[in-house]
Design a protein around this ligand. Structure first.
Ligand code: NAP
Length: 482
């Protein structure tokens, strides 16, 4: 049976699809056309608390289930995701805007976390610690931390759900998911497949709301919730983190980034240009790991720019559902205005636009032309704040010494990229970059097997690999005297 937006318009609490207790709804529009796609419940605190209580009620049974049983359920969910890959990709493209090919890649990336954590849940080993005293045995167990609040952004509306929910479920934690209001259907589709795979009632819950602050606070302050895992802006992450800290709850924070992309004179220029074109304009520049401060060594800067601008001519901007389109719209008109304000600020402070800067199309969707900025300086908004759009701001540098004084952002530290064929330099720059993860001659370092996350104000905790499941685990130590 196929999966469509019409199957994804309700909340999911205690194993049942529900409109909630309020008659209010949130309209969801297609950013490529402005057309209404459907709506979801605008739930109130009482609905959210019911979801938390459902998770609380299901926690002991899910935690007590043998890990191998949870693995079976998650593997079924993974298989269902692949079976429904095309349906999921269409839902993502319709509500988020990215081209269908990118949405298909998101489904495969998102499902890979479910498969990885299905197995990883079986490897939550404890420890036996050598005892300092005769007759005592020191045992350390690893247990699920408990019901978890999952808050996700709109930019990878399926994969950001699976990247959090899979390790939580594998560790034995029930979840309540609160997706972004712009993209609730992809999250509901994921929940539908987890439930169809056999995740028991109460173990996975979904609530949608236009009052995220109040509704999330009602859930976070409920005693049953023991952890919050959030992906989104640093601004909201700080609010949630402060609240979680005050309530003594665990947190995983995957926040904003401002990734440097460095190209040295000894780099393979073709590879670097291809890598930057692919990474910069993916999802119209709306990714946390998007290269957004681009550093070219002087000797190759002109040649690089020429090849890059030439490559940009192959970008086809349009509705992500249309064949051949390689870059979709921004998420909404406010996002277009923010990006244009950043470009205007840069130009007012001396940057040059070659080419781009203008809106694209007939004004119906939130389209912006791919844009290049040269003569960028650190005091411009594009260098300081996340632009989150298809703008490529270029700096030039003379040598490693000059680069090291400008490459690190004062607050962000998520992803970094560096292209060089000099191995010693690669390691020197890797050590100097203040980032959570780095692509060395690699524009796409992410995968389910490895740890991703930020330093400084880009986040706390890690997602992916054996590290990601630790976020949902607590240790219990037992001293046994015999
Ligand atoms: P956002 O505005 O921070 O929203 C993220 C989520 O938080 C949404 O579900 C949002 O709901 C909710 N939210 C907003 N205000 C809240 C509050 N006061 N309390 C609780 N929840 C609240 O971020 P976004 O614009 O959706 O996503 C883009 C950001 O995510 C960028 O900064 C990007 O770098 C970051 N990101 C980071 C990673 C990573 O791995 N580090 C990955 C992807 C994205 P509403 O929709 O109702 O506002």
């Amino acid at each position: 049976m196929s999966l469509a937006i019409s199957d994804c318009t309700q909340n999911f609490i205690q194993g049942e699809w529900t409109a909630g207790t309020s008659s209010a709804t949130i309209p969801v529009t297609n950013p490529a056309t402005g057309d209404l796609l459907g709506s979801v419940p605008d739930c109130r605190e009482r609905d959210a608390v019911r979801a938390v209580e459902a998770a609380e009620g299901a926690a002991a049974r899910w935690a007590g289930m043998p890990a191998v049983e949870r693995e079976r359920v998650l593997l079924r969910a993974h298989d269902l995701m692949l079976q429904h890959a095309e349906d999921l990709a269409q839902i993502i493209t319709l509500e988020e805007g990215k081209p269908l090919a990118e949405a298909r890649a998101e489904v495969s990336y998102g499902a890979s976390f479910v498969r990885w954590y299905a197995a990883e849940g079986r490897r939550l080993y404890g420890d036996i610690v050598p005892s300092p005293d005769p007759g005592r045995h020191l045992l350390v167990f690893r247990e699920p931390v408990g019901p978890t609040l999952v808050i996700t952004p709109w930019n990878d509306p399926f994969a950001m759900v699976t990247r959090k929910v899979a390790p939580a479920l594998a560790a034995g934690c029930p979840v309540v998911i609160k997706p972004a209001r712009e993209t609730p259907f992809s999250a509901a589709a994921a929940v539908r497949l987890f439930a169809e795979a056999g995740v028991p009632p109460g173990v996975i819950n979904l609530v949608t709301t236009s009052r995220s602050g109040a509704v999330c606070d009602a859930m976070l302050s409920h005693l049953a919730i023991r952890h919050v895992t959030f992906t989104g802006s640093t601004e909201v992450g700080k609010l949630l983190g402060a609240r979680a800290g005050a309530l003594v709850k665990g947190m995983t924070m995957e926040l904003g980034g401002h990734a440097p992309f460095v190209v040295f004179e000894d780099a393979d220029l073709d590879e670097a240009v291809t890598g930057l074109l692919a990474r910069k304009f993916r999802n119209a520049g709306q990714t946390c790991s998007c290269p957004s401060r681009l550093f070219l060594q002087e000797g190759i800067a002109d040649a690089f720019l020429e090849a890059f601008i030439d490559g940009m001519k192959r970008i086809v901007v349009g509705n992500g559902m249309a064949p051949g389109v390689t870059m979709g719209p921004l998420i909404n008109p406010a996002a277009v205005e923010k990006v244009q304000a950043h470009v205007a600020d840069a130009v007012a402070k001396g940057a040059r636009v070659i080419p781009g800067g203008q809106r694209h199309g007939d004004g119906r969707g939130s389209f912006l032309a791919p844009t290049v900025l040269t003569h960028v300086r650190p005091h411009m908004l594009v260098a300081q704040d996340e632009t989150f759009g298809p703008v490529a701001p270029f700096f030039r540098f003379r040598d490693e010494a000059e680069l090291s004084s400008i490459v690190n952002h004062p607050t962000y530290g998520l992803t970094g990229y560096c292209y060089t064929r000099d191995l010693s330099r690669a390691f020197r720059v890797t050590a100097a970059l203040r980032c959570g993860f780095i692509g060395l001659n690699d524009p796409a370092p992410q995968s389910a097997e490895v740890p991703m996350g930020g330093v400084r104000e880009s986040g706390v905790g890690r997602e992916g690999g054996r590290w990601g499941i630790d976020e949902f685990v607590t240790v219990k130590y037992v001293s046994l005297r015999v």
